[in-house]
Structure formats: C-alpha cells, structure tokens
Design a protein around this ligand. Structure first.
Ligand code: CO8
Length: 258
C-alpha cells in the first residue's frame, strides 16, 4: 500500500476511500494533492477488487479550492507550459463509479473536484461555491462547463459571477447533489451507496458511467446510439448471463465482474 503525503487511502471490502488530508489548509488542492489523488484513484480504478470509490474531506472542508498560495505568483507562460490542472482530467475520466462525500466547504477547485465525481452526497453542512472571481480569475478545473450542466445557466452564472455559496438544501434542489444527509451520517450513507454499487458488476457499472457521461459530449441521437451499442455489447459479458438467469431462477445474482 502506497503512502501518500496529502491523502489517506483505505479499503473496506470492494470500496476504496480517498480522504483529502491537509487540515491546516482546509484541504486546498496543491500540486502534491492533485498527484496523490490522481495516483491513488487510478490504482483503485484498475483494481478488479474495487467496485466503487469514495472521495471525501474533513467535517469542516471537503476542499476549500485550489491552493491559492501555490498559484499566486505563477506567470501565464508557466501555467500554460505545465498545463496547470490538466492531470485532473485523468481523474474525471476514470470509469469506476466515484462518489464525492461532501461536508463543509466545497469551494472553487473543491466544488469542481466534487463535480468530477459521478455523484455527490452532501452533509447538511455542505457549502458549494465558485469564488474565483474574488481572486481575479475564473473557475479553472471545469467549473464553467460542469456547473451549467448540473444546475443550468442562470444559477451557474449567479454562483460564478457573484461568488455566492449554495447550501446543501439548495444544491439538492438544483440537481447538483444526489442526496443530503445529516452530517454525522455522511460517511455511512456514502458507504451504503458505494457498497451497493460495488456489489454489482464492475464492468457493467463502468459502461453505465461511460454512457451517462457521453450525454455531456453528444447530441441526443448520437448518445442514444452509443447507449444502444454499449447495451448490445454487454450481452457478451458473463455478468449479463448471470444477472438475467438469476432473475429467472428467483435468486440473487452472483456477479463475477467478467
Ligand atoms: N488555498 C490555500 N490556502 C487556503 C485555501 C486555499 N484555497 N483555503 C483556505 N486556506 C488556508 C488559509 O489560508 C488558512 O491558512 P493559515 O492558517 O496559514 O492562515 C487555513 O487554510 C484556514 O483557513 P481560514 O483561516 O481562512 O478558515 P476560515 O474558517 O476563516 O474560512 C474559508 C474558511 C471561507 C473557506 C476561507 O478559507 C476561504 O475563503 N478560502 C478560499 C476559498 C477560495 O477562494 N477558493 C477558490 C480557490 S481558486 C480555485 O479553486 C480555482 C482556481 C482556478 C484558477 C484558474 C487557474 C488556471
């Protein structure tokens, strides 16, 4: 098991949990954190014994954004040369279902990181925001693109232009988060959801993630066509045969992830 500087990684059965762990900086996402999260999540994604990944932070902060102190003095040329933030794209593209369990602040890059996950479960204490405009920049980890898809133009503009924070209740009402639970039940709920997903067929869940995410990239007709091809292709899996046989035999399916 690799040791990381800025995160904790644990496994519980088929669920992998990545906990952001820079408490003194409210889990601000510096370069080391990015590298740690991408490496740990990629390893869990490739592991056949892991069927779902939870990404979480602390009670006070999921993540208070990209690390402002690290960025403050960089030049545009340097940002462009290293393509700052681009490694996060690899995290967003991982196909093992990723659940963001958000308590406290999810601001700037923190909100954007949560949106890179496949679904967000929020504690009633969660606060989402894109305050970059206060710093003289705009969201840089996908916020301008993913927020509008999650909550629509008017609310996305409101948050990005005024930097106002959205509480958990409004975030659920707006479609940003899947469920809101009392703060002390956040990890249990995220674990229940992750265990449910991880108990099903991993390759099938991965195809579902790919198909749903394709909706971001395609027209309706292309997306439906893509879905149908994926659906047809799944009939080559042992898990499809097992799932449908188990239904007919009135028993629980025993998926082998093949
Ligand atoms: N980066 C670095 N350090 C941070 C960050 C951050 N984003 N957020 C908090 N910290 C540090 C504080 O500096 C403080 O450190 P210290 O004790 O050494 O002074 C420590 O964490 C605790 O924070 P506070 O004392 O401020 O705690 P409070 O409870 O008073 O306030 C807040 C909590 C409201 C969350 C406050 O910390 C805050 O406003 N943080 C910044 C939020 C923010 O602006 N986030 C957006 C960052 S920019 C971004 O994410 C995307 C950048 C896109 C740029 C595009 C480039 C390509």
């Amino acid at each position: 098991n690799t040791e990381y500087e800025t995160i904790l990684v644990s496994r519980d059965g088929r669920v992998g949990v990545i906990t952001l762990n820079r408490p003194k900086a409210l889990n601000a996402l510096n370069e080391q954190t990015m590298n740690d999260v991408v490496a740990a999540a990629t390893e869990l994604d490739r592991d056949p014994d892991i069927g779902a990944i939870i990404l979480t932070g602390s009670e006070k902060a999921f993540a208070a954004g990209a690390d402002i102190k690290e960025m403050a003095t960089k030049s545009a040329a340097e940002m462009y040369r290293v393509d700052f933030f681009s490694p996060w794209d690899a995290f967003a593209r991982l196909r093992t279902p990723k659940i963001a369990a958000v308590s406290g602040y999810a601001l700037g890059g923190g909100c954007e990181l949560a949106m890179m996950c496949d679904l967000i479960i929020a504690a009633d204490t969660a606060k989402f925001g894109q305050p970059e405009i206060n710093l003289g920049v705009i969201p840089g980890m996908g916020g301008t693109q993913r927020l509008i898809r999650a909550i629509g133009k008017s609310k996305a503009m409101d948050m990005i232009l005024t930097a106002r924070q959205m509480d958990a209740e409004e975030a659920e009402r707006s479609g940003l988060v899947a469920r809101v639970v009392p703060a002390d039940q956040l990890l249990d709920t995220a674990n229940d959801v992750a265990r449910t997903i991880a108990g099903l067929s991993k390759p099938v869940a991965q195809h579902a993630v790919e198909a749903v995410n394709a909706a971001y990239e395609t027209t309706l007709q292309q997306g439906v066509q893509y879905e149908r091809r994926v659906f047809h292709g799944l009939f080559s899996t042992a898990d499809q045969k097992e799932g449908m046989t188990a239904f007919s035999e009135k028993r629980k399916a025993n998926f082998t992830h093949e």
